[in-house]
Design a protein around this ligand. Sequence first.
Ligand SMILES: Nc1ncnc2c1ncn2[C@@H]1O[C@H](COP(=O)(O)OP(=O)(O)OP(=O)(O)O)[C@@H](O)[C@H]1O
Length: 621
Amino acid sequence: MTRVSKDDWVPQGVGGLESRAWEALRETESSVLVTAGAGAGKTEFLAQKATYLLQTGICPAPKRILAISFKKDAARNLAERVAKRCPRDQARRFDSMTFDAFTKGLLDRFRPTIPEPFNAHGTYQIVTPFRRDYDDFLERHGYHGVSAQRLEKRVQLTDLPIDQSNGSELHRALADYWHEQFFGGGEISLSFPMINRLVKLLLQENSYIRRALQATYSIVFLDEYQDTTYAQYDMLQTAFDGSDAIFTAVGDDKQRIMGWAGAMNDAFAQFENDFGARRISLLSNWRSHEDLVRIQHEIARRIDDNVEEVQAQGIREIEGEISAIWQFRSTDDENNYLAKWVSREVQSGRVEPHDVAILIRMRADQVEGEVAPAFAARGLWIRNAARSVGEIQIQDLLGEELTGIFVPLLRLGATDRSPENWALAQQNYLFLEAADPDNDLTQERLLVKLEAFVRHLRAELARRQPDPDSAEAIAEVLLEFVSPPALRQSFAAYQRERDFERVWSGFVTLLKECAEHSSSWTEALDEFEGIGQVALMTVHKSKGLEFHTMIFYGLDNQTWWSLTPQRGEELNTFFVAFTRAKQRAFFSQCVERGRAIGWIQQLLAPAGVETIDGTTILGAT
Ligand SMILES: Nc1ncnc2c1ncn2[C@@H]1O[C@H](COP(=O)(O)OP(=O)(O)OP(=O)(O)O)[C@@H](O)[C@H]1O
């Protein structure tokens, strides 16, 4: 087992850390709250801190680190960064997962021990109720004085068991709601907020499980902390009540975009108070260059007048405009111009298609239908990551563990040499087989088996042309090798048959689709991963990602009617999206839909007006 002394440890994979990040990294005796703007390297900082704690033995075996992120791809990305830097025996003690995966994992493992009647037998389905579902429930039960919004909020926040002595109509509706979800006939239906409440009850009532959890995790990381909900915070506090766990939370209050879903108003102050945390703020932006950071700062100032200026560390690689409003007379003009512009940029070698993102406010499927034909006419494909394959969205599917295990194997099968995928495949396989890191013989034996399988897979792929039938057959070959029991055992999220099926069938569906119009397996895999495709996504979905060039599509005062400096959360969402750009961010606006948004126009301080193909461009810098 390799250990590095604290003094000798250096950050890995990045040039260095700013001095405040060092300070926060070395703070291992008390909790810290790292606040910083966009691109400050908050997520990277967590990966470095985990590496530091594992490599120096500050987190010694068998202790583990729990890292909680908001999105599956973010959780996976963090785990991959740590896995790349730490030996396997250390990296496997880093548990990176979403809040939902954490709570659901506890529910699935300990469900029978929850106090009655919530320990009811039988399978459960996960539901995502909309307001109209609450309305429907209230209507059916005759609760005319209760709004869907209030009921939804109560479900999120009310502790179980529900206090029967409170006779208010809202309370009765809440009790009935839980009863119907559990005993309404058929399968039990649970939403994630309900799972959260059940797990809180479990941890509150069962000190044995609580202590076991605390003994496992003495270090906890919280990424994107600004979007933690009251219920999640409450559950975490219950879980770690009385423990000496050290927390590291990172966040940016200007990126708070989940208020509508119950995110805390005062998350930072509360954390400092409850966890005795030191606040350390970072001042760099590693993602974007100086000229973009200047515009970002102007938007940030509209969110918080006192925001500190940050130091841009990104290098500008582009000449000419880096931000502007492009105005069009018709949507056809708009789509054609954008397709032509992106195609020219790709052909000139300035950017790869997947480094370009088209950002929209909502309804990705509809916009995809409008934009894609113009792009396809120029040989460019749009990847709408919000599209569902079966019951899972592509963006979520790509963050799934199953995908992370199958894709490197497929890549190895499709190419002669791929050291990176070979390293990943080895690591994954040894993990799936729960190989003892100290037993060289077992490891050797497993790696020989893996090699033989890759040879077999290569032969299978070589003898089949990519098409949907072959894709399905190949996926089955992979599953048989990896084995569903090993997947279920290794990942709590796949323990329920239905959860596993959802991901598995999404994987097969997308692979079949990609194989259908590819001439090689590598091409099919590129398409599967979105390589060579222009990304299309809503501003909400862009959280945590980054792109070389971004185009905000259809940014007019009708479509984005609520984007005003007075509406905090919309502005934050826009800010999050804008700060994803490394080099350039443009806005397209079509007069058929609405007018330009005045304050953005002002902000970009248009330098002049140009005309191209009958379209007007308001230039910025
Ligand atoms: N110390 C560093 N040196 C060089 N590059 C870095 C460093 N830290 C982060 N980066 C790079 O800067 C970019 C932003 O980092 P990261 O995503 O961790 O920032 P963040 O603060 O979590 O961003 P956001 O809150 O905007 O999502 C990434 O491309 C990352 O690889």
